[in-house]
Design a protein around this ligand. Structure first.
Ligand code: HEC
Length: 117
């Protein structure tokens, strides 16, 4: 490879990375620390949103069978975040309806000890 190419290729890749992130081509890593998940402010916000938007399909109040009962003990927080953000089959994607902060808070509530459907 010519020296100029050796220089240009890495620079082009660095330049491209944020574009790929923004477009969702590269999955954005959203991580959940235990501090975040334990924070009562996050859990409280998430709880409010859960009862506003999720119990329509999930949980006791929902029409039976419209959505599965959630089993947080079997989930990683990143999985719940992905479902809420991107949806899956009958589960609607909610990235237009909720900000990242709100979606993260919903995850904190679902993963919390106090989670009730
Ligand atoms: C319109 C109905 C509907 C609403 C509203 C809804 N869900 Fe769902 N959800 C579903 C259905 C249906 C599935 C099952 C999708 C599948 O796996 O086929 C599901 C699956 C899930 C799963 C994966 C469960 C598993 O064990 O695989 C999670 C987590 C989840 N929903 C969380 C939420 C949260 C949090 C909210 C509120 C922000 C929400 N859902 C709102 C219908 C809904």
């Amino acid at each position: 490879m010519k020296w100029s190419l050796k220089l240009i290729v890495p620079i082009a890749l660095i330049g491209l990375a944020p574009m790929l992130y923004g477009s969702g081509v590269v999955a954005q890593e959203v991580r959940f620390s235990s501090e975040y998940l334990r924070d009562p402010a996050n859990i409280t916000l998430g709880k409010k949103l859960w009862f506003k938007r999720c119990t329509l399909c999930h949980g006791k109040e929902a029409y039976p069978g419209s959505a599965p009962k959630l089993r947080p003990a079997r989930y990683q927080p990143e999985f719940v975040y992905d479902r809420v953000t991107n949806g899956f089959r009958g589960m609607p994607a909610m990235k237009q309806d909720f900000s990242e902060e709100e979606r993260r808070a919903i995850v904190a509530y679902v993963m919390s000890q106090g989670f009730v459907e």
